[in-house]
Ligand binder design. Structure first.
Ligand SMILES: [Zn+2]
Length: 476
């Protein structure tokens, strides 16, 4: 099924070197395209490099929205990686400004695709900045999914393709929405898919809703349960709290949002099957797939990846921004699409699972715009924050908002009775991460509501200057 973008808003068009300036002038980080480092060079097939070159040459020649980028291209006598690194990035704003046909080859119009029913028009969710209208090519999407599922032995061995699949997502992202009344099983079924939820606000779920999900999973017996991790964790807590058993599918695939360790813990307690995280977006298709060893492998048959890494002075130099060039989608041939998320590259580029093709990630680090800052202005990714807060006993979910450098508001999701000393444990955790002393305002809630994008958001940054908007455009 369509996975909605896991990302937030794109940035303005940026170029070779992105100045990632924090609110405090002495703390300036530079994002730049990754230079080969010892042990960090992934393995690519000649076909991958050839395809990268073909896609780039075609875009610069035949796609109006990219023709202008020719002036940045050092030329075909340069290695293909160098050529990509010299180019700007494609942001959501760039996609919007070239709607409807600026990012398609000359002669291939959106209207023609719609008329021939090769594509549909879809609209991603979120704020005005985040939303974008895109041609949806189901055939390409399915092929991209099939290739990604080969990257985990449990999905590789299942008879996938025409399998029954249940989806637990926010209907704003995917599915059939109705906030006024409950829809029947038939109303929420489409082809081989069953949408388990029609409510845009998961806080409206009651016991009848959870019980319906239990019954429907038993009846439908999906081979795959695809789920938004925050929603599935919520369902898992219901099962655990009520000591209810539930049909367990052969595999659960998580997508749509960053999977907090707290969510994973609850899901693993409630479901005994393999739980696999899949990373991608509506624009980019299936980009990375988690393997049995918990690392992420690039879907090289369907996309090229470029990284822009942080300055080593900011901490881990293996953390960087992911730029995706999707392959084989003639209706949306993007170059260096800024998916707006950070990842940590594995060092060395090997994995215990034995797969060697393409980039290997040690972790997904969360959205660029959700980076928060320590008292001494060092960036903290969502993944790092989650590593610390997931150790708080009794916590089921959270949202941390950084209001000023030293003041935070925390929404902490707990079930009654509230664990003793919770406030002070959360404060200690945050001070161990950001420095002390901090002003911490803690609100206990049963569940953290989703954002306007329909996604759960673990961190928000209200500092005077948002790192995302401070990316400057300049050529090296
Ligand atoms: Zn692996």
């Amino acid at each position: 099924m369509p996975i909605d973008s896991t990302t937030q808003a794109g940035t303005k068009i940026s170029t070779v070197r992105l100045i990632f300036e924090f609110p405090y002038p002495s703390q300036t980080a530079i994002l730049s395209d990754m230079q080969p480092l010892p042990g960090l060079r992934p393995s690519f097939t000649p076909d991958y490099q050839h395809r990268s070159q073909e896609v780039l040459d075609f875009a610069l020649e035949w796609i109006p929205g990219y023709r202008d980028w020719k002036r940045f291209d050092p030329g075909s006598h340069h290695p293909v990686d160098e050529r990509y690194a010299a180019l700007p990035v494609t942001s959501k704003a760039h996609i919007r400004s070239h709607f409807p046909d600026g990012l398609r080859p000359l002669g291939r119009t959106l209207q023609a695709g719609l008329d021939s029913q090769e594509i549909e028009l879809v609209h991603t969710s979120g704020t005005t900045e985040e939303r974008v209208s895109l041609p949806w090519n189901q055939t390409w999407w399915n092929d991209s999914e099939t290739a990604a599922w080969a990257l985990h032995s449990d999905t590789a061995r299942l008879p996938l393709g025409r399998h029954p699949e249940a989806i637990l997502a926010n209907p704003i992202s995917v599915g059939i929405r109705n906030d006024d009344r409950s829809l029947s099983f038939a109303d929420r079924s489409a082809d081989r898919f069953l949408f388990l939820n029609e409510k845009s606000n998961p806080l409206a779920w009651d016991a009848a809703h959870y019980e319906r999900m239990i019954r429907e999973l038993q009846t439908f017996q999906p081979v795959v349960l695809e789920a938004n991790p925050s929603l599935l964790a919520d369902f898992a807590h219901y099962l655990l709290d009520q000591k209810r058993s539930c049909y367990c599918p052969p595999v659960i695939i998580l997508t749509y949002e960053y999977p907090s360790r707290l969510f994973l813990r609850a899901i693993r307690k409630a479901f005994a099957c393999p739980i696999i995280n899949s990373y991608g977006s509506t624009e980019a298709g299936y980009v990375f797939m988690e393997c049995e060893a918990g690392r992420y492998h690039q879907n090289t048959a369907f996309c090229r990846i470029d990284f822009q890494t942080w300055s080593p002075t900011l901490g881990n130099p293996r953390i960087g921004r992911i730029l995706v060039t999707p392959f084989k989608n003639p209706w949306l041939p993007l170059i260096r699409f800024d998916i707006s998320d950070l990842a940590r590259i594995a060092a060395p580029q090997t994995c215990p699972c034995g797969r060697t093709d393409g980039w290997i990630l040690e972790a997904l680090e969360g959205r660029v715009r959700d980076v928060t800052l320590t008292l001494d202005n060092r960036p903290v990714t969502v993944n790092r924050l989650d590593e610390v807060l997931s150790q708080v006993p009794g916590l089921r979910g959270y949202q941390v908002e950084q209001l000023t450098l030293n003041s935070f508001r925390v929404h902490a999701a707990v079930a009654p009775p509230t664990p003793a000393g919770l406030d002070s444990v959360i404060r200690q955790c945050l001070e161990s991460l950001y420095g002390a002393p901090l002003h911490v305002e803690i609100h206990l809630v049963p569940r953290v509501p989703p954002e306007i994008s329909a996604k759960n958001r673990l961190a928000k940054n209200h500092l005077p200057l948002d790192p995302e908007t401070l990316l400057e455009t300049s050529h090296a």
